[in-house]
Design a protein around this ligand. Structure first.
Ligand SMILES: *[C@@H]1O[C@H](CO)[C@@H](O)[C@H](O)[C@H]1NC(C)=O
Ligand SMILES: *[C@@H]1O[C@H](CO)[C@@H](O)[C@H](O)[C@H]1NC(C)=O
Length: 243
């Protein structure tokens, strides 16, 4: 995804949080550091330099009075990996929450936990997976992993023709539509917190066949209850936020 698109998405997510919650938001523009460091495979960028710098900045904010219990790190795609590195590198402790929207896959799929997002990076790590087969991380990596429509290869509205009819104007909507679908689900869920009930289950098929109807229910989003843990499956459609 292009850095400009990523920044646009950050602004939209940021606006949704600011509109619905009493919080302060800091957007991180990592374009220079991310573009400057192609990783050993040559295929992707390295989350480490940005993550380490972000952790230093957070340690500085903590000296100035920020409480880790008030801190939530939010990231999409590569940003999801960056906040994993950052969460682990904060010297003063762990952030309360990490919310990752389809964290980047590719080389990260085979990285050990300390080189990617994992559940030790915050007190509560929540992940929304929408594109595990192409751009997104392909395994569970949080305390709570939401898997959206994981029976589908392509998310709703995400064929090229559908993107055209939807009037999508961003290149990202064409080359990584199922990937950015994660934040479109996320923004919709911020405005409609009970839009996506999700059930703790062992597979999407079992969930869809009703085998998990008595299991723990959580709503997709970052307002999960403390006891939530495991893989949760949910359905979403074309109602998702349309940029
Ligand atoms: C995830 O990707 C890695 C690397 O390509 C692969 O070895 C692994 O089998 C994949 N896991 C799943 C669950 O798809
Ligand atoms: C969800 O399912 C997993 C695996 O079956 C289980 O370990 C976990 O405790 C369940 N979570 C809740 C909150 O019931």
């Amino acid at each position: 995804m292009s850095i400009a698109s990523a920044l646009g998405i950050c602004s939209l997510l940021g606006a949704a949080y600011l509109y619905t919650q009493d919080c302060n938001m800091i957007l991180v523009d990592s374009s220079q550091l991310l573009t400057g460091v192609p990783i050993n495979t040559g295929l992707y960028f390295d989350a480490h330099p940005v993550g380490i710098l972000l952790a230093k900045f957070i340690d500085y904010l903590i000296i100035k009075g920020l409480k880790l219990t008030d801190l939530e790190l939010i990231g999409i795609s590569m940003g999801g990996q960056v906040i994993g590195i950052a969460g682990a590198a904060i010297k003063s402790g762990k952030p309360a929450k990490i919310m990752a929207y389809d964290p980047a896959g590719f080389n990260h799929n085979s990285y050990p936990p300390d080189q990617r997002l994992d559940e030790t990076d915050a007190e509560l790590v929540i992940v929304i997976h929408t594109d595990p087969k192409v751009w997104g991380y392909n395994q569970s990596c949080g305390h709570v992993d939401f898997w959206i429509n994981s029976n589908l290869d392509v998310q709703p509205g995400c064929t090229t023709l559908e993107a055209i009819f939807r009037g999508a104007t961003d290149i990202t909507d064409y080359v990584a539509c199922s990937h950015v679908y994660s934040y479109r689900v996320g923004v919709y869920a911020i405005y409609h917190p009970t839009a996506y009930p999700a059930l703790n289950c062992t597979s999407y098929d079992d969930y869809a066949n009703g085998l998990c109807n008595n299991n723990d229910l959580q709503y997709v989003g970052d307002q999960v209850t403390k006891s939530a843990q495991g893989n949760y499956y949910a359905k979403a459609g074309n109602e998702v936020y349309n940029p």
